[in-house]
Design a protein around this ligand. Structure first.
Ligand code: NAG
Ligand code: NAG
Length: 346
């Protein structure tokens, strides 16, 4: 018995000794070949501080062109650093005219074959943009797409709750974030005008007035019932923007009052092919544009400095990290530079 024990102890010591030698060698190798040991260390530190980390990108599907691939590569790197939980797409998922059907090869050439980094192999929660409505709109909503790529999740309007406690406590957690995904294309009056109306696939929707009433009521009720620490609304079209398209009057009149009434923390959109952070003194809502997934460089309009906190008209994406006390956003360009950070505290 004693012999076995001492043998086991000796073996243990030898293993520790071998491990020590290996560790020293690994550290020296790390110093010689780069900083990979430090990078790996960071992953274990970030997660407990921010139990939820996600990336948001919009206006992307162009078979990798217009720097879509460059943005995808940087998303992969930031996604790994943050150990992201999922990705949100703010719409205009496939250019120029959405998908033609569930077998459209562009689903692979603009999505599956572009966002290949290991960190991006998570669920992608998407909304529809106006360009998605110009193809077969039902194709992107079809659950059969999951068979082509398990990451894909796109619906017209839905909500998603995430608790903000670490795994053993997640069931007992009082802190959560609620995401509300809305379908903004039917709200835009211009698209219903004769000559333009015909370019969109409106199948599956009630007549416009009824559809909008339903959607506003559903959003109002969902926000009313939410007890989450953080409330985030995601849609394709801008509410406030100093980009190419500017503000969306129809959303300012119909959707913004609902967001204001329920203390929404941020509205995140695409549509303008740029990155923006707008916050005015007369609204509690932070307006964030993440529409830099591919084609960009359309310019930024003049804005009051007190409202427009940040704007970049090139390619890039948005990262979001949160816990029960703070909601953080970081804008990145196509080279992985962190351009602008936002910290919202409770
Ligand atoms: C790609 O990104 C680089 C660097 O931001 C930029 O100079 C170039 O114009 C971009 N190309 C396109 C097609 O947008
Ligand atoms: C908004 O508030 C900030 C900080 O309180 C202030 O510096 C700025 O002048 C205000 N802007 C306007 C337009 O009132």
């Amino acid at each position: 018995m004693d012999l076995l024990k001492s043998k086991a102890t000796r073996r243990h010591n030898t293993i520790n000794h071998q491990c020590f030698v290996k560790c020293v060698a690994a550290v020296l190798a790390g110093i010689c070949i780069g900083y990979w040991i430090l990078t790996r260390f960071e992953i274990t530190l970030w997660k407990p501080v921010y139990p939820l980390n996600i990336l948001l990108v919009g206006d992307w599907g162009r078979d990798g062109s217009h720097n879509q691939s460059l943005v995808a590569t940087q998303m992969g790197k930031v996604g790994e650093k943050l150990a992201i939980d999922f990705v949100i797409s703010t719409g205009d998922n496939f250019y120029d005219t959405g998908l033609s059907g569930i077998g459209d090869p562009q689903f692979a050439t603009s999505f599956t074959n572009i966002y290949t980094a290991p960190s991006l192999q998570k669920r992608w929660y998407a909304v529809l943009g106006n360009h998605d409505y110009m193809g077969n709109v039902l194709a992107q909503l079809d659950a059969a797409l999951v068979l082509r790529d398990h990451r894909w999740f796109c619906r017209r309007q839905y909500q998603l709750k995430r608790y903000l406690c670490q795994p053993p406590l997640s069931g007992l957690c009082n802190y959560a974030v609620d995401f509300f995904f809305i379908d903004t294309t039917p709200f835009i009056n211009e698209y219903s005008l004769p000559g333009i109306h015909e370019m969109f696939d409106w199948r599956g929707l009630a007549p416009r007035d009824i559809q909008l009433q339903h959607q506003m009521k559903a959003l109002d009720q969902a926000l009313e019932q939410s007890t989450a620490t953080w409330k985030i609304v995601v849609g394709h079209h801008t509410i406030r923007s100093f980009g190419h398209h500017g503000d969306s009057k129809d959303l300012i009149s119909k959707v913004l009052p609902i967001l204001e009434a329920h203390g929404v923390n941020a509205y995140i959109n695409g549509h303008d092919h740029c990155l923006q952070h707008i916050k005015s003194n007369d609204s509690k809502v932070h307006f964030l544009t993440s529409g830099g997934g591919s084609k960009a460089w359309q310019g930024i309009q003049k804005a009051k400095k007190s409202e427009l906190h940040f704007a970049y008209d090139g390619q890039g994406f948005l990262a979001m990290s949160l816990n029960e006390r703070s909601l953080n956003f970081d804008f990145y360009d196509a080279f992985g530079n962190n351009l602008h950070s936002i910290h919202i505290g409770k």
